[in-house]
Design a protein around this ligand. Structure first.
Ligand code: PRP
Length: 206
């Protein structure tokens, strides 16, 4: 499917604040969740609604209601946890599936250490959460894991993404939609995004 750059002025402003080198843990967490609410708004734009009739203050009234869309949020440990509340603010009924990967600093390969998926994941749309999409190794492994579990509808939400990672994922998984608050310039020679945000996990967890 596609890359969606969410470049609303509020998002661009908040990403600018995130880049401040001495940002506090508390401010980074607040901004990460605020941006995630806006990413969620964009990533759910095509959800179908259906009419239902309720009793309002002046009698019967027809209202819109989300049609049969079941969602599982998939934060990638650890940094993805820093975006989870932002999705739950918008979709309180979403279930959580948690996957744990760390990136080997030498090989840059993802190493899996935890998986706990929501029940009936094959019936749900997965919203993967990770502040950073760098080489794309971690995201690629997460998408493969979800597809192996039967998940048929997958979207990813990111605060900051590198062109290298975006291209890798869109080539390997053209059926997946990526929503990012920023597309940065490139990766440096140790796999960090430039200009980037620094180590998002360290910034969120302190
Ligand atoms: C970071 C980030 C992604 C991954 C991106 O996690 O949160 O999960 O690296 O890199 P990639 O696209 O090259 O795979 P990190 O390994 O720092 O773990 P953490 O979230 O536990 O801090």
């Amino acid at each position: 499917m596609a890359l969606h750059l969410v470049d609303h002025p509020l998002v661009r402003h908040k990403v600018g604040l995130l880049r401040q080198h001495d940002i506090s843990t508390s401010h980074f967490r607040t901004l990460a969740n605020e941006i995630t609410r806006l990413l969620t708004y964009e990533a759910t734009k095509d959800f179908e609604t259906e009419k239902r009739t309720i009793k309002g203050w002046a009698g019967k009234v027809e209202v819109d209601s989300i049609k049969g869309k079941k969602v599982t949020v998939v934060p990638i440990l650890r940094a993805g946890l820093g975006m989870m509340d932002g999705v739950f603010d918008m979709i309180p009924g979403a279930k959580a599936s948690v996957v744990g990967f760390y990136r080997d600093e030498e090989t840059l390969q993802p190493v899996q250490y935890y998986v706990k998926l929501a029940k009936n994941i094959e019936e749900r749309m997965a919203l993967i959460l990770d502040p950073m999409l760098a080489t794309g190794g971690t995201l690629n492994a997460t998408i493969n894991l979800l597809k192996d579990a039967g998940c048929q509808s997958i979207r990813g939400l990111f605060l900051c993404a590198a062109p290298e990672g975006i291209e890798r994922i869109l080539t390997a998984h053209p059926d997946v939609d990526l929503y990012t608050a920023a597309v940065d310039e490139k990766l440096n020679d140790v796999g960090y995004i430039l200009p980037g945000l620094g180590d998002a996990g360290d910034k969120i967890f302190g």
